[in-house]
Design a protein around this ligand. Structure first.
Ligand code: CDP
Length: 210
């Protein structure tokens, strides 16, 4: 049996935390697809020069598992670079199959990103769209980055979150959208425990139906 859970939503909405909790609850592997785009973004920054779309697509094609480790990829500069490369359709195309292969693994998987329910796994057994107000998301991201040692200001984080939201929702290729059949979870006024409980309950019902 393959049980697939898809989570999408804007930056710092809480989808990663919910995805990890769902994976633990149902004994599934979890893929944070944002890390893949972050890995490509980091390589473009490391190049130290402006790269063509063809060069960036080559980077995406040549990505290795070691490139997609969480370590070092959670900075604000890499987040912006990720959202720039993520707007290039040939880059997205190069990354589709690796994500779908992960979703097809025996037992199933939890994937989180921006286009999981709409493009990568349109047939997922359960889909969530996790969101929160820009201010709440920026506050969470501000605390995360500060805890990680980045010297950041709240207003800059808020602006960066808004910019990324705009770019991710406005792009032509696989824009950030709530899938029609996705359950909306607004975490603005929810504790993480409550958000996880809601998601687990929906997933449990979906699992019974499969
Ligand atoms: O952790 P956060 O929500 O801030 O971002 P992320 O999930 O690590 O994603 C970084 C960037 O990668 C996003 O702003 C998107 O531009 C891009 N991305 C995407 O286009 N499609 C995905 N499935 C996942 C991420």
């Amino acid at each position: 049996m393959i049980f697939t859970i898809a989570l999408d939503g804007p930056a710092a909405a809480g989808k990663g935390t919910i995805a990890k909790a769902l994976a633990a609850e149902f004994g599934l592997m979890h893929l944070d697809t944002g890390l893949i785009y972050r890995a490509v973004g980091k390589k473009t920054l490391d190049a130290g020069r402006t790269l063509s779309e063809a060069d960036i697509t080559e980077i995406a094609r040549g990505l290795s598992e070691e490139d997609v480790q969480e370590q070092g990829l959670r900075t604000s500069a890499i987040a912006q670079a990720a959202s720039r490369v993520a707007a290039i359709s040939s880059v997205r195309d190069a990354l589709i199959e690796v994500q779908r292969a992960f979703a097809r693994r025996e037992g199933g998987a939890v994937l989180d990103g921006r286009d999981i329910g709409t493009v990568i796994c349109p047939e997922a057994d359960v889909k969530f769209f996790v969101t929160a107000s820009p201010e709440v998301r920026a506050q969470r991201r501000f605390e995360e980055l500060r805890d990680r040692g980045e010297d950041v200001q709240f207003d800059d984080v808020l602006e960066a979150v808004r910019l990324r939201d705009e770019r991710d929702s406005g792009r032509k290729s696989a824009p950030l959208r709530q899938a029609k059949d996705a359950v909306l979870i607004d975490t603005s006024d929810l504790s993480i425990e409550s958000a996880v409980a809601i998601a687990v309950e929906h997933a449990r019902r979906a699992l019974k139906r499969t």
